[in-house]
Write a protein that binds this ligand. Structure first.
Ligand code: ZN
Length: 173
């Protein structure tokens, strides 16, 4: 049983990396995540679903692999920026200057797979956004922050004029 779909996906990926097996997604929607081995005819399958009226994800069918081990797997198709961001999160937020190359090296050392510079770069952005929020979030939190300051010090004067630009983004004037 998994707390949510993200946790289930994380565990399945980690397992796939250590087993050097790749999978493909058969069904993916908010209540179901069904994956199978990329090798034609292999019996491996994970069926995760969230039963009605519940919030946990339950895996109901888990079959072992019947395919042969692929020892020469260098790039794993299930390696994703979100996963990389999760497993290197502490390193990235502690060393904000950590380069994508260092992230690539960390993944290579830990899992034995190569990844692209682009993915490493994206993973870094995701980890930093999770830690510090993105530009829009920071902006969104500004009025609340100012209001808190005003409560603490009633002498604070705040004037916020919002306007929405053509793209629908909200800006302070
Ligand atoms: Zn298989």
């Amino acid at each position: 049983m998994f707390h949510d779909k993200v946790h289930l996906q994380h565990v399945v990926r980690q397992r796939a990396f250590s087993e050097k097996k790749q999978f493909k997604v058969v069904i993916c929607n908010p209540t179901t995540w069904d994956v199978k081995c990329v090798t034609e005819g292999c019996t491996w399958r994970v069926h995760g679903h969230m039963p009605r009226m519940e919030t946990n994800f339950i895996t109901t069918i888990v079959q072992p692999h019947s395919c042969l081990l692929q020892t020469t797997l260098i790039k794993h198709k299930n390696m994703m920026a979100e996963f990389v961001a999760n497993v290197t999160y502490n390193d990235i937020v502690e060393k904000v200057g950590m380069s994508p190359f260092r992230i690539m090296l960390a993944i290579q050392n830990r899992y034995g797979y190569e990844m692209s510079y682009d993915m490493a770069w994206r993973a870094k952005q995701l980890a930093l956004e999770k830690r510090f929020g993105n530009y829009k979030d920071s902006y969104h939190n500004l009025p609340t922050l100012l209001a808190t300051i005003q409560v603490r010090d009633p002498r604070t004067v705040i004037h916020i004029d919002d306007y929405i630009n053509e793209k629908g983004d909200c800006f302070l004037k």
